[in-house]
Design a protein around this ligand. Sequence first.
Ligand code: MTE
Ligand code: MO
Length: 536
Amino acid sequence: MTTTSAQRDEERTSLPPAGAGVPGVGRPAAAGLLTTAVALGVAELVAGLRKGTESPIVAVGGEVIDAVPPPVKDFAIATFGTNDKVALVVGIVVLLAAFGVFLGIVAARRLVVGLTGVALFGVVGAAAALSRPGSSSFDALPSIVGALVGMVALAGFVAALTGRSFARTASTPTERTTGVLDRRRFLTTGVAVAALAAGAGSVGRFLTRGFSAAGSRDAVVLPRPVQALPATPAGVDLDVEGLSPFVTPNIAFYRIDTALVVPQIPAEDWSLRIHGMVDNEIELTYADLLSRPMIESDITMTCVSNEIGGKLVGNARWLGVPLADLLGEAGVQEGATQIVGRSSDGWNSGFPTENALDGRDAIVAVGMNGAPLPIEHGFPARIVIPGLYGYVSATKWVTELELTRLEDFDGYWVKRTWAKEGPIKTQSRIDTPKGLAKVPPGRTAVAGVAWAQLRGIEKVEVRIDDAEWVSARLADQLSVTTWRQWVLEWDATPGRHTIAVRATDSEGELQAEERTEPIPSGATGWHNIVVLVEDA
Ligand SMILES: Nc1nc2c(c(=O)[nH]1)N[C@H]1C(S)=C(S)[C@@H](COP(=O)(O)O)O[C@H]1N2
Ligand SMILES: [Mo]
């Protein structure tokens, strides 16, 4: 039996023709990288088409954040600080790029395997997007469309690079050879594809930005509190250079949350539902909330993850509705020992109901230092409870308060092995001089802040090297809910010195000396720094 030319062509199709062959590693790798760019760019574009749709990178990143064990989260905060999220996104993109390069090389040899790899990307992205809190089926679309377009791009690149094609009719040897991209044409095609991918991604990001809540926030006019506080008295601020100001400007306020992308909730779309073990479930719109009597309160907020000497603490003048008033309206039932706060992005916290009813200024806050809550600090509304660490209480972008029993629900971080209850521990910090600073000899102000929310600070002591503890001069204590500044004039002598600080609360209790980690209930230990005193 003779072989038909068609049959010969069949054979050639499954084996790349000599010369066209397997095109090395460089161009397939670049093709894989471009495929990744195309898939991600298209996914961003699709995500930009509908408000609230997360890009696959954000969805995967969110899942990573929820899944990492607490020590890793602590490590990330310690290493990258508030840039931990940027680091995560960069890490994900780098991983994707590396995997793309690998898939490109594989696809040049076994196209099906390469395509399967891209499809797998899509599945992982879609699965992550669908498991995000509050997701809808549309959230899977960016990943799916991105992966599909990526697969087409990859198949196209491989066909062009190897001369192999799925289209058997077009597979005469000459056509195949002309189909092979040479270096120059590959470069121009690659640049064009990269530009298209970047363009799609940029348009997507631009569209997403259009969903910002900034316009809504700008339009807010905050009501006046029923009892406005007097301006912050001068005596609370020692005005020492290098010392944290008594009131932390909003822009400088630490930010800690699990949200990879700041939730954007226009006030018009927001509501707060109070439900669970209550007599009357209530749901408040933003306008409802603003029409309630408001109080102002100076409250120093603190993160349980704060290391000794760390910066995860800030003081602001908050404006909000007393939680007790809202709970009174709803009617808390007997045995409802816990208030669970839930945010639009699925985060949650829980604290004892009594902490909202024991007279402290527990509020649903809408204002921070005279401005509507900044979006990253919880706009339209958040919970602020003096004396409790943020992880059990300070739900930002709060949409739900559920009355339940302490034993019936554990909040986000409690599930991740942090302590069930989170009262703030007494702490003190040296702000100036900085650790390892060079200090000229002579008079130097050693200054910082100390906090023991709801107890107040009674004494701060400083020790230079092995000398006796000396009492620092204290600024006025504005409220037991705020931190307190301190300063000690030190006659610095040449040499290397260790400066330590410790505080005593107003119940006479000395700050714990033993060094412990932030997990599970907040770090303990005395802050100390080393400075070098020498002539400039
Ligand atoms: N929705 C939401 N609210 C949240 C968190 C979060 O991850 N998501 N983190 C909490 C933690 S751990 C702290 S310390 C405070 C920090 O508030 P800030 O970012 O305004 O300083 O917010 C709390 N509220
Ligand atoms: Mo926190």
